[in-house]
Design a protein around this ligand. Sequence first.
Ligand SMILES: Nc1nc(=O)c2c([nH]1)NC[C@@H]1CN(c3ccc(C(=O)N[C@@H](CCC(=O)O)C(=O)O)cc3)C=[N+]21
Length: 244
Amino acid sequence: MKSRAAEKVGIQIFDYTFPEGVEEEELLGRIAALNADDQVHGVLVQLPLPAGLDERRILDAISIEKDVDGLSAHNLGCLAQPDGCATAVPCTPAGCMELLRRSGVSLAGKECLVLGRSRIVGVPMAMLLLRADATVTVCHSRSLDVPAKCARADVVVAAIGRAGFVKGEWLKDGCVVIDVGINRVEDSSAKRGYRLVGDVDFASASVKASQITPVPGGVGPMTVTMLLRNTVELARRTASKSGA
Ligand SMILES: Nc1nc(=O)c2c([nH]1)NC[C@@H]1CN(c3ccc(C(=O)N[C@@H](CCC(=O)O)C(=O)O)cc3)C=[N+]21
């Protein structure tokens, strides 16, 4: 999806695929080469990495000027600053914020519930909502009574990777639901043998919510779009630095 979207807008993709048993040094070597290549403005390491690879070390090897996914320690740390010094904000949370902004959802003082605490979605999402003056709760696998937390929430962002986990009955009337989940469920009538569903039970949640994102066709395409935006932004910054 990312390659196709990039090509459409004239961003060139250099795609490198590695075997599951790839040595960390080989990946780091490739990243170093891309860091040094001035044809390249953004580097993305597709996650999750196979077990045994040091994700932190690999993500931090991407130069900050090319960290198009915003997942380096530097860029994630920038999200903790009130003004935000990030060169790029992680694409999925950035897409969620853009959806909220363009849908006219005000966040100041609102109860926002983030389900999931991944480095790629839950944690940066919570930080962005905080920066937007929301009151933020983060739930995860050890949280107690998630339905009660949902009942208070004006905005629910579900990013846990469990098909249909959030039920409409848990939700407050008129709340806003952002469904980040992209789960495959077997479906013999589907062309691919599966269909995609979110972390939210759409049928019951859409009765309660005032606004809700679908899966597919919701957060996923926004993630891809934010990747393109981040890439253009990094390229622009590099160009202005070099005077080009
Ligand atoms: N470093 C890194 N950054 C990522 O952003 C990242 C990643 N690793 N690893 C995998 C996940 C997953 N992800 C998706 C993005 C768009 C769709 C998307 O556009 N989905 C379509 C449906 C696609 C279909 O029908 O198969 C939709 O939701 O409408 C899905 C999944 C980005 N990820």
